[in-house]
Ligand binder design. Structure first.
Ligand code: LLP
Length: 449
């Protein structure tokens, strides 16, 4: 059960707890996470991919992409469900390690990792460092040499490549112009090797590095699964090319994250079983065509694990009808948070669904826009939603599917304090991350003059 589910008695509960009680206990705004739901999604992805990969004759590791939301408890839950954790910064790495996730079960990404981040990864035995540029190959190898001397174990490395497949939203393109910062292109340079192959050759040539595999991430909120198969084919062709050139056959191929979820009622998320089957089959077919053995697979879902397991509770304040040019009236419903706790509508034009959850109403619905309390007209939480015509101050509003990239992309704009992250498990709620206070803000502001 996720999002906004109303019982037959009209009450909205998360894991058995009435959201009115959650608001009374923890205040608003608050991020609420359904632990059992999050864990079930982690299990669903793991078992879907394990089953599909076993059917074609290989294994798989599922990494939870911590950028979607990472707290120690969340890291522990996914670890307990047999997932590994993908991190993208020293901060994410620190939280995953503090949660007790073994270094060997962690990955470190980033197009501009600092020396500190790389050092921490080496010190804590991070299972794979995903290198993102040619200079990073040498930077990391030199660091290993300086750090461990010649006798140390080589650092486990994957090379992130850009396959030309760009996916997300509702479509994908297979010949994208790669004018972006991530990865190494598969497109051949006139008269030479592709940057991706060049980087792989460089990793192979450096004894301080151990080449684990090739990594590809094609986008996020993907609802059309065909892009994954195209990316897999291109990555496997690169693997075959490296094999032909050097005799080195990489063990692992990571196809990244990006599995799309439902944000609005009626939207259809990617089905883990279906996508797992398609991906495993595409990999098996490509390997057969190339005459190559199957690699081990890995994937990195973030949003699909945590997104639908979270909702945000707000309290309604000002309600203001605004007459539009075409004569319609839009009811602006202001809540006690906004773009500081969910930047996605302002940043991406992302759409969400909201409902009044503190009472039922027979009032005719009105065209409403849910807005925050920030000094910015783009501070929108829900662009368009029908709310009861008697929506009023004090009503509790829930916005569904905010578990991913809400808290993790939050800010203190206008010096708002960040909401708490509250977990609900089997009828009990507990705070995972406490609400920030004004004292927290003042504590960072260290010079009064
Ligand atoms: N792996 C890599 C290398 C990634 O770059 C990402 C996301 C993921 C995994 C996880 O993707 P997911 O399964 O969560 O789609 N802030 C944006 C999403 C940015 C995603 C960036 N990379 C949003 O709120 O939509």
């Amino acid at each position: 059960s996720t999002g906004v589910v109303r019982g037959t008695d009209g009450a909205v509960r998360v894991a058995g707890v009435d959201v009115r009680d959650l608001a009374a206990t923890h205040g608003t705004p608050a991020y609420v996470l359904d632990e059992a739901d999050l864990r079930a999604r982690a299990r669903a992805y793991r078992s879907a991919f394990e089953t599909a990969c076993a059917q074609v004759g290989t294994g798989v590791d599922v990494y939870y992409a911590g950028k979607a939301l990472l707290t120690r408890a969340v890291a522990r839950w996914v670890h307990a469900e047999g997932l590994r954790v993908d991190t993208a910064s020293g901060g994410e790495l620190a939280v995953a390690l503090a949660a007790g996730v073994p270094g060997a079960h962690l990955g470190l990404h980033g197009n501009n990792k600092s020396e500190d981040e790389l050092r921490t990864a080496l010190d804590t035995g991070v299972g794979r460092i995903i290198v993102d540029s040619l200079v990073e190959v040498d930077r990391l190898a030199d660091l290993v040499r300086a750090h461990r001397g010649d006798g140390g174990a080589p650092a486990p490395v994957m090379v992130r490549v850009t396959t030309g497949v760009h996916a997300g939203g509702h479509e994908f393109i297979s010949t994208a112009h790669e004018d972006q910062k991530f990865g190494l292109s598969l497109a051949a340079v006139p008269g030479g090797d592709s940057p991706a192959l060049t980087a792989l050759l460089r990793v192979v040539a450096r004894p301080e590095l151990r080449l684990l595999g090739i990594h590809s991430h094609i986008g996020s909120q993907i609802l059309d699964p065909s892009g994954f198969a195209v990316a897999a084919q291109r990555v496997l062709a690169l693997r075959a090319e490296l094999h032909a050139r050097t005799g080195v056959l990489v063990d692992e191929v990571d196809l990244g994250g990006g599995y799309g979820i439902a944000y609005l009622p009626g939207e259809v998320p990617l089905d883990p079983d279906r996508i797992a089957k398609e991906v495993a089959q595409a990999v098996a077919d490509a390997c057969r065509d190339l005459g190559q053995p199957l690699p081990r697979l890995s994937i990195e879902p973030g949003r699909a694990i945590v997104g639908p397991a979270g909702l945000t509770l707000y309290t309604v304040g000002t309600v203001k009808p605004v007459r539009l040019e075409d004569g319609r009236v839009r009811t602006y419903v202001s809540v006690d948070g906004g773009m500081s706790d969910n930047i996605r509508p302002a940043l991406y034009g992302a759409h969400y669904h909201a409902e009044v959850v503190s009472r039922t109403s027979d009032a005719a619905p009105v065209l409403a826009r849910v807005v925050g309390k920030h000094c910015e007209s783009g501070d929108v939480v829900v662009h368009e939603v029908r709310l009861p015509g008697d929506v009023r101050a004090g009503d509790l509003l829930a916005v569904a599917a905010t578990g991913a990239y809400g808290r993790s992309m939050s800010s203190n704009y206008n010096l708002l304090t960040r909401p708490p992250v509250v977990a609900v498990t089997a009828g009990e709620s507990r705070v995972l991350v406490r609400r920030e206070t004004v004292d927290d803000l003042l504590a960072l502001d260290v010079a009064a003059d």
